[in-house]
Design a protein around this ligand. Sequence first.
Ligand SMILES: Nc1ncnc2c1ncn2[C@@H]1O[C@H](COP(=O)(O)OP(=O)(O)OP(=O)(O)O)[C@@H](O)[C@H]1O
Length: 763
Amino acid sequence: MTSTAAALLARATKSRRPIFVALAVILLLRSRLLTLPKDVVRNLRRVAYGPPLSQDEMVQVLQQVYLDGPDGTKTLLVPYRDRVSEVTIKPYTPSQLADDAKNFPPVPPTHKPSLDKTFLHQLKAILRITFPSWYSKETLILILHSFFLVSRTVLSVGVARLDGRIVRDLVSADGKGFLKGLGLWFLLAIPSTYTNTMLHHLQAKLSLRLRTRLNRYTNDLYLSSAPDLRYYRVSTEGGLDGVDQYITADVASFCDAVAAIYGNVMKPSLDLVLFTTQLSRTLGVRGTILLFLNYYATAKILRAVTPAFGRLAAVEARLEGEYRAGMGRVGRESEEVAFYNGGPRERDILWRAYLRLIKHINSIYKIRIAYEWTEDYVIKYLWSAAGYALIAVPVLLTRRRNVGIQTGVNVKINDEVANRTETYISSRRLLLSLADAGGRVMYAQKDLLELAGLTTRIYTLLSTLHNLSPLPKPAPSQDTVELSHVDIAVPSSASTSSSAATVLVKDLSLALKSGEHLMITGSNGVGKTAVARVLAGLWAPWKEDEDELSVGKVSGGGNEKGGAVKRPEGKKGVFVVPQRSYMVAGTLLDQIIYPDSYEQFKQSGRTLQELMEILTASNLAYLPAREGGWHTRKEWRDVLSGGEKQRMGLARVFYHKPKFAILDECTSAVSSDVEGRMYEHAKSLGITLITISLRPSLMRYHNQLLTINGDGVGSWTLTKVGGAEERMGLDREIITLEEKLADVEGWEKRVKELTKALSVQEA
Ligand SMILES: Nc1ncnc2c1ncn2[C@@H]1O[C@H](COP(=O)(O)OP(=O)(O)OP(=O)(O)O)[C@@H](O)[C@H]1O
């Protein structure tokens, strides 16, 4: 066997001679290549990758981010040094994602991760994403990995046999044989070590590829556009918190675990089979039966002491997520925290989250002590003892037989001892490898349980996202926004009782034609923004008598129970500027055109001159000069002041020129004169305004006033501004104020009396 291996190696070495020569030449020349003149290196790179980009071109590339392909593909432009590499990706289509939903039925709330049928089902559903076909690169890596795993085991058997042979030659003082064995030892070491390195490399590569696949899928699913808006609804309607932890850390851990589990289970299992086969040749039937009894006993003992690693891993991931989310919150809202000087308080909160995490990890470590102690004891010592016993059986039996034979025949005792030593050394090495493989198989159970925990996390994420049924699509209309008999309530997850939901606005009906501007007012928290959410399609109209969300079963503007919504489609139809300003990651230009991309901006034929006019109308004309141009990248959330951010929100309205703009208290930090000018400008662009505000001064830009009363029963009133009702209301207010003014004289007199009394006391 060993001579065959050596022959194979020798043949391989011979046939690969040119490659070895080339490698040696490269190694020798390496230092020379490194010191080549810079312009030669530059020219070589130019030939290989094309000319480098100028600074201007690089700025354009950074602005562009990606190119849209005609077939829906996106080519990402990834800057690297002074060049750009292109990565083409094809996003999943909404119909592909909808098709996949059947693979992700909801997880029962009582489910605990363990090695059962549910785990296999969940893993299969996820692996369908990571291994899309038999011809994918991931499958190829797996095949290659398997090849190296088998090679590794075969080489281990070779090493064990060679080990025995070398010691045999040593014991029988065969110098030639010993040297030959040593030579083979070094030769065998080359493929053995290479195989090990490749196994690590392929495992890491597989993990990374799986992560990329899963990330792309999750991102396409999560960041879905209307009517799905899963990123917006996953927490309120799906009841899933800390999604960022799921998508970033958990996906990475899951992929690492999957890539590792293959090697961790496959390799030791293969080792077990191969080594047992090899050993059974030496041990005979009785020995092999004993070996299997040994396996059985070990499995039983370890099963009894194995803790619920899956559940522990899932809890650890959740606690890790909570701690991470806390850190993220402080980073995001650092200025607010700093104004309150809330550092120490935040530290306490974060410290508590960290301690909970650490306490849990510590408890895992403690649980592991008992498990690992038993495992070590059983695998290392019990198996070794069993191994000695197993090896001793044939040796002792042969010896006894030989002793019997010796009396009549002349036997070469030296040869016998040498052969016995060879058998002993080979078997011992195989047994040690077997113990190691056994240990890893047993440990793989722990890995499998941890994988079950991570699988449950990823499956929960994907199934929650898949099971958010699309929001009802508002019925399209040309130039009107209409709500008829709509009830509005905070959407809740299916797990929270719908009877607990209070209706904020009941039976709301209004019709707004183009040019009829509406103002929505009412106290804080009465549901003004809620109306905007329904109009924008973020919330479905509420259906009272349903346990589930009023989504998914409604189309064409709602149904009779939930009321109906009609509006012009898309961001050109209704554009919302929310209460909290949002600044996107990117350049100054990106802030104005958001949510459009630079590519869309270029395709629309709009110019920088137009953007400048928009900024002028928003009183932000100074920004490009102040910030260093249109393509400057900054953390705009921190760079712009509160008022500037609000003005930027209106600049977006001027850029997109929608038919209707919902302005949700988005000018509260803008001075009234600038606010007035911007309102007039919006109107001059033909935009119909729906303003949510508590400022009476804004009433003059509107024709209708919707007041939400906040009386707990969802009542509301809709009046024409400037109409008889409105005037009567104002008259009533004037009378009340005049009555109050009449008392002022009396109050002033009383203040004087009190001041006098105080000064007498002090004297
Ligand atoms: N995601 C949510 N989860 C739970 N409750 C919510 C959610 N969104 C809104 N609410 C509740 O719905 C009610 C109405 O909220 P909304 O934002 O519409 O108030 P508003 O009238 O716009 O108030 P303000 O003038 O303060 O902006 C509030 O009581 C709020 O607490």
